[in-house]
Design a protein around this ligand. Structure first.
Ligand code: MLT
Length: 328
């Protein structure tokens, strides 16, 4: 009997010790660099937003946020890896409307659920979607674009970043509005997809503004419309989809930081506070604003607001995706 009680005592002590270490570690957090997983290739919009906010967060936290680009399956490969990472605050992910909302309907057997398997840190940036095409595309405006695509759908190549990506999901909406099913060409991110568009190897895509501003301004691609109610100050000459005659194309994405479920609250709060400071920093705001980002006001920041956004976005995109009949 004595052996059993000693064994129980040892197990209880071990459990307490195990619990004590995380508490002590939380106070020192972060004691080493933090991995920030970006679910797409370097140079794309998710990578761009991640690097901009990570630059300032690293200063606040006193440790480097090290970007790790993990590609595949429209960002769900990386999201699954992040979900399975140790929940100590040293692995976080820059997710977005695709990985943490649209993917739920696109992948019925998805390994994670955005609302159940992650802790929210906060929204980083809203990223309006533009309909863009190669610079010699034979359409002078969106109405011409729609007519041409409908008449030549079997010859059209549409670029995207994988099933589950923002580019895939928002062009699913555009294609359903046009009643076409073009050849969909997947890339490991819309960074590489944009290179192909500039090179004329693909015909069009739907992408986040932060990736597109320099190429549109340089005249290397054509922009037909932006999927927001108002024009964007970074691209004042690009008409809204309503002005251009396709009001049903309302498409805005967002990028946000998440941590694995069970990451301790004091650690999450340090990350949320650092993101908040980055979004209040003038230089950081200018970098995001100049690329057309919608920088969230205080009411849209923080853990609770992001949880609500994820739920509402899953509810918004799931019926659109189900109506398209495209699931994996
Ligand atoms: C990217 O960062 O490459 C994009 O977010 C991909 C996408 O979601 O379209």
């Amino acid at each position: 009997m004595r052996i059993m009680s000693r064994l129980v005592g040892l197990l209880a002590g071990a459990a307490l010790l195990a619990h004590a270490v995380p508490v002590a570690a939380q106070a020192e957090y972060p004691a080493r660099p933090i991995t920030l997983i970006v679910p797409f290739a370097a140079g794309g919009p998710t990578d761009i937003v991640a690097r901009i906010v990570a630059d300032h967060m690293s200063k606040t936290l006193g440790q480097q946020l090290v970007i790790e680009n993990v590609v595949g399956a429209g960002g769900t490969t990386a999201s699954t890896r992040a979900m399975r990472a140790t929940n100590d605050g040293y692995t976080i992910i820059m997710g977005h409307m695709g990985t943490h909302a649209a993917s739920v309907a696109l992948y019925p057997k998805l390994a994670y659920h955005p609302s159940k398997d992650f802790e929210t840190i906060g929204l980083a940036a809203g990223t309006p979607i533009l309909i863009v095409a190669r610079k010699d595309f034979p359409a002078k405006d969106l109405k011409d674009f729609v007519s041409y695509v409908k008449a030549n759908a079997d010859k059209m190549n549409m670029a995207h970043a994988g099933v589950g990506s923002v580019s895939f999901t928002t062009c699913l909406l555009l294609n359903s509005l046009m009643g076409v099913k073009p050849t969909a060409i997947p890339f490991q991110g819309t960074g590489p997809a944009l290179n192909a568009l500039v090179g004329g190897q693909v015909d069009y895509m739907c992408d986040q503004i932060v990736n597109l501003v320099p190429q549109i301004k340089a005249g290397n691609i054509k922009a037909y419309a932006i999927g927001t109610p108002e024009r964007n100050p970074a691209l004042p000459d690009v008409p809204t989809s309503k002005e251009a005659g396709l009001p049903a194309f309302h498409a805005v994405a967002w990028n946000a930081l998440f941590a694995p479920k069970g990451t301790p609250k004091p650690v999450l709060d340090k990350l949320t506070a650092a993101l908040d400071k980055a979004l209040d920093d003038e230089a950081t705001r200018k970098r995001l604003f100049d690329l057309g980002s919608d920088i969230p006001g205080k009411d849209r920041r923080g853990q609770e607001a992001l949880s609500k956004l994820v739920t509402s976005e899953i509810d918004k995109w799931s019926p659109i995706i189900k109506a398209s009949g495209i699931t994996q």
